[in-house]
Design a binder for this molecule. Structure first.
Ligand code: SF4
Ligand code: SF4
Length: 292
């Protein structure tokens, strides 16, 4: 079972919810931080790191002595990552998407596969919770290939020890966010009852509903008085699985860098109930998929 925790915008409490969900999950679980531009799930789960590997992307390296300046590579590349200036071949590895097309079309064998570092895949465990994350290299713009590397490591971990997965997705609704929630049995959209929260929830709903995966909402900072988010959920038939109000013990636990569910008492109860309802919805989706 795979639960993706997402949000239309940053700062809604997405990682707070993901960390606490993993913390209260009552079955083997891996917490996967796919917010590779700003990973911070580890700050709450504090995993013991047991491995890391560098993720790279295949980019062309040119041997100018073999290049005949035919222009086939430049014509093919949709990203302007390789071009001809007169008879001079120019490559821009930072703009390359690693499709390999230019290497395939070069008739002179002037291009070979080089490597551009994307970042790191890091894994370990926080007690019983398996953990994996990606960290994008500073200055690197392309996160989806690194996210795929995190996914590969995640699959290796699951092959060794089957477990449910809680994904901390990047905020927003661009390609990285969609790549992170792909394959989930349930997408939990975290929002807050403010006009900004409503605006971004609308965007998230629009983007994620095309995936055909059940969607549900968690209202963080509940009780601010703005009702638009609730009305939207009612109109769209979106179940609200939890409302998390401001709470002193929750804030204290957050400031200590711990999953807020570790505050215990009613705070822990909210997340246990959220986990129960999320599991129920995701299991329904799995059942439907099995009968399809
Ligand atoms: S590998 Fe693809 S994206 Fe990169 S330079 Fe070649 S054609 Fe362009
Ligand atoms: S396809 Fe090969 S030979 Fe032609 S311009 Fe590109 S690198 Fe040079």
């Amino acid at each position: 079972m795979r639960i993706a925790v997402a949000s239309g915008k940053g700062g809604t409490g997405k990682t707070t919810v993901a960390a606490s969900l993993a913390w209260v999950w009552d079955a083997p679980v891996v917490a996967a931080d796919l917010d590779v531009e700003e990973p911070n799930l580890h700050l709450f789960l504090r995993p013991r790191i047991t491995g890391r590997r560098t993720a790279t992307l295949e980019v062309p390296e040119a041997d100018e002595s073999l290049c005949t300046a035919c222009g086939a590579c430049a014509e093919l590349c949709q990203f302007k990552a390789i071009s001809l200036l007169g008879e001079v071949l120019l490559t821009f590895p930072e703009m390359c998407h690693g499709c390999g097309g230019c290497l395939a079309v070069c008739p002179a064998g002037a291009l070979s596969a080089g490597r551009r570092e994307l970042g790191e895949v890091i894994w370990g465990a926080a007690g019983e919770i398996g953990f994996v994350m990606g960290r994008l290299r500073v200055g690197e713009a392309m996160s989806p290939p690194l996210m795929r590397a995190v996914h590969r490591r995640l699959e290796e971990m699951l092959a060794r020890r089957p477990a449910d997965v809680i994904v901390d997705a990047p905020p927003g609704v661009s390609c990285p966010a969609l790549a992170a929630v792909a394959g989930a049995d349930l997408i939990l959209m975290i929002t807050e009852p403010t006009p900004f929260g409503l605006y971004d929830l609308r965007l998230a709903h629009q983007a994620f509903s095309s995936l055909g995966v059940p969607l549900a909402v968690v209202v963080n900072r509940a009780g601010l008085g703005e009702r638009g988010v609730y009305e939207f959920c009612r109109e769209e038939g979106l179940p609200i699985l939890a409302e998390i109000p401001y709470h002193r013990r929750l804030a204290e636990t957050y400031c200590q860098g711990r999953p807020v569910a570790a505050a215990g008492g009613e705070v822990q109860g909210w997340f246990q109930e959220l986990a129960r309802r999320a599991r129920e919805l995701a299991a329904g989706e799995q059942e439907e998929a099995a009968h399809a």
